[in-house]
Design a protein around this ligand. Structure first.
Ligand SMILES: *[C@@H]1O[C@H](CO)[C@@H](O)[C@H](O)[C@H]1NC(C)=O
Ligand SMILES: *[C@@H]1O[C@H](CO)[C@@H](O)[C@H](O)[C@H]1NC(C)=O
Ligand SMILES: *[C@@H]1O[C@H](CO)[C@@H](O)[C@H](O)[C@H]1NC(C)=O
Ligand SMILES: *[C@@H]1O[C@H](CO)[C@@H](O)[C@H](O)[C@H]1NC(C)=O
Ligand SMILES: *[C@@H]1O[C@H](CO)[C@@H](O)[C@H](O)[C@H]1NC(C)=O
Length: 507
């Protein structure tokens, strides 16, 4: 029995493509064998160390980022959302309403302390303000009607690529600044800029109507001017977070950059490869997800929705905002991480816009005199009220930031395969050989351990094996010989004979 096992071992050692084994098996003498064993073991050790290292390297999920800059002949123009620091126009409201709103939003100082807030809400005689029913019953409608308005009068001039545009080219959207207006918000056919530089994008001259400002010095905005945001058409604007403020009396140049971002899904990057969808937006975006999440939190507690959140519930009244929405949100943002609680991840692919803003004084004295006659403005009115905003690409170029896996599966395979091949000459086929050898060894073990005394059969078995091998070689040689020239034939035959001899010698 031991004889058969030994012969199997020997045979395996000889034919396996892991040639270290055959070197050991065929060593000329013991020192030679010891040397080969040493070399083989050392190579095997280094190989194991390297393979483990390569596998760890893969499971570190490292990433790299590829930056690609592409010049384009035309570039999709972003949506531009414009808001005013003033939320309600003076001429459209009454002192009663303003007093009511001033009191209703007198809360930043009270937010941290629900008891003081409740006391305050109960102490004030809300009916005593005699506020209009429009304000009390439909705050959103009230803001929409009496808030910042972008019409043909306040939009003194607007051009897109040199062609005139009008108030009708802007669509209304609510944000925390009240009424805002979006240019080029159409998702399906966004405008494209075809030549670079200021004046080839959106250029507008706006009268911000500082006389109409009603912002409360304690509860409202203290600034005057516009806030604008450039954003993807699919993305809801959040100018209170990412807007850029523009002051009147200046020409603002907003040179815009377009960046495509492609992220890897977890565990490599942070994006979620499952295609998430939002309820109120047609495409998943991070701002959309966060807005829906906040809306859901507010809705669950207050049973209403602020006008600047998406949803189907009725709009909140000013007192709902004060008594419930703002404290709820403040507590939520204080106590939990918005990203984790909402489960909002960055999309795997999105377009980001950013702009670099620079200013020049505007208008010059001569221009002021000229415009004052054109627009019939009083002297000095322009520097206090008029904003000139230019949004454009200064270069028609898009940048793609693509995150990629530093080691992907095929990288791992070639890493590991390279170590196995280089150090011990092992391939996938070798593993299969080894498996086959193990199966043969086990089957031989069980076959012969049952009939340990039958040595004759064992020998004949071995002979059969030997003959089988010889036949295989002969057949292979014959097959090859058919396809080769006669000179090669002789070498192959010699080789096959030699190998046959080796097999015979081995057994
Ligand atoms: C409330 O306003 C209405 C009209 O705006 C007026 O008729 C009424 O007298 C006012 N009430 C009080 C208490 O000021
Ligand atoms: C603005 O002016 C344009 C051109 O005169 C006109 O077509 C458009 O209806 C006007 N829009 C408003 C809101 O007045
Ligand atoms: C503005 O709106 C008018 C009418 O809807 C349209 O014909 C025009 O192309 C628009 N201009 C821009 C720049 O979108
Ligand atoms: C919202 O406001 C209305 C009217 O002011 C009030 O009846 C309701 O209780 C308020 N809801 C909450 C949750 O504060
Ligand atoms: C210019 O404005 C003044 C008052 O601000 C007004 O009296 C005058 O009629 C206006 N002129 C034109 C041409 O609109």
């Amino acid at each position: 029995m031991g004889d058969t096992q030994d012969s199997l071992d020997h045979e395996f050692a000889n034919y396996t493509t892991c040639h270290g084994a055959s070197r050991i098996a065929n060593a000329k003498n013991r020192p030679h064998m010891a040397l080969w064993t040493l070399v083989f073991l050392a190579a095997f050790g280094i190989c194991t160390w390297q393979v483990v290292d390569r596998i760890q390297n893969y499971f570190a999920y490292r990433t790299g980022t590829e930056i690609n800059v592409q010049l384009e002949s035309e570039l999709t123009f972003p949506a531009v959302t414009i808001c005013n620091f003033n939320r309600i126009r003076d001429s459209a409201t009454t002192q009663n309403d303003l007093a009511y709103l001033g009191a209703a939003f007198y809360i930043p100082a009270l937010l941290d302390d629900p008891e003081t807030l409740n006391e305050f809400l109960q102490e004030v005689d809300w009916d005593g303000f005699n506020a209009s029913t429009a304000l009390l019953e439909d705050f959103a409608g009230y803001v929409r009607q009496n808030g910042f308005v972008l019409d043909n009068d306040s939009l003194a001039e607007c051009t897109w690529r040199g062609r005139k545009c009008y108030a009708d080219n802007f669509t209304h959207v609510f944000t925390e600044y009240g009424n805002c207006w979006t240019f080029n918000g159409d998702k399906d056919s966004p405008l494209k800029q075809t030549s670079p530089g200021a004046g080839n994008g959106l250029k507008l001259i706006m009268d911000i109507l500082t006389d109409e400002y009603t912002e409360d010095p304690i509860t409202g905005n203290l600034e005057y001017g516009l806030v604008f945001q450039v954003h993807d058409q699919h993305e809801p604007p959040r100018p209170e977070l990412v807007g850029t403020a523009v002051a009147p009396g200046s020409h603002t140049y907003a040179s815009t950059f377009q960046t495509h971002v492609i992220n890897q899904p977890t565990p490599w990057g942070q994006c979620d490869s499952k295609k998430r969808s939002l309820t109120y937006y047609d495409k998943y975006t991070l701002p959309g997800c966060l807005l829906e999440c906040r809306a859901a939190i507010v809705a669950s507690v207050c049973k209403c929705r602020p006008m600047y959140y998406p949803g189907v519930l009725d709009y909140c009244t000013p007192l709902n905002l004060t008594a419930c929405v703002l404290p709820t949100l403040a507590a939520f943002l204080r106590e939990s991480n918005e990203f984790d609680t909402c489960g909002c991840t960055v999309p795997c692919e999105y377009t980001a816009y950013s702009s670099q803003v620079s200013y020049a004084g505007y208008p010059s004295e001569k221009a002021a005199r000229f415009y004052e006659t054109v627009f019939n403005y009083s002297s000095g009115y322009m520097s206090k009220n008029v904003v000139l905003l230019d949004v454009y690409y200064h270069e028609l170029r898009s940048t793609t930031l693509e995150q990629f896996k530093a080691v992907d599966v095929s990288g791992l395979i070639s890493d590991v395969g390279g170590q196995f091949g280089f150090f011990i000459g092992v391939s996938v086929i070798t593993f299969w050989e080894f498996l086959e050898y193990l199966v043969m060894k086990f089957s031989a073990f069980f076959l012969f351990s049952r009939k340990p005394s039958n040595s004759n059969k064992k020998v004949s078995n071995k002979d059969v094996l030997k003959v089988d091998n010889a036949m295989v070689f002969e057949n292979a040689a014959a097959e090859v010989a058919e396809k080769t020239e006669s000179t090669e034939l002789s070498t192959i035959q010699t080789k096959s004979n030699g190998e046959k001899a080796a097999v015979l010698e081995m057994t």
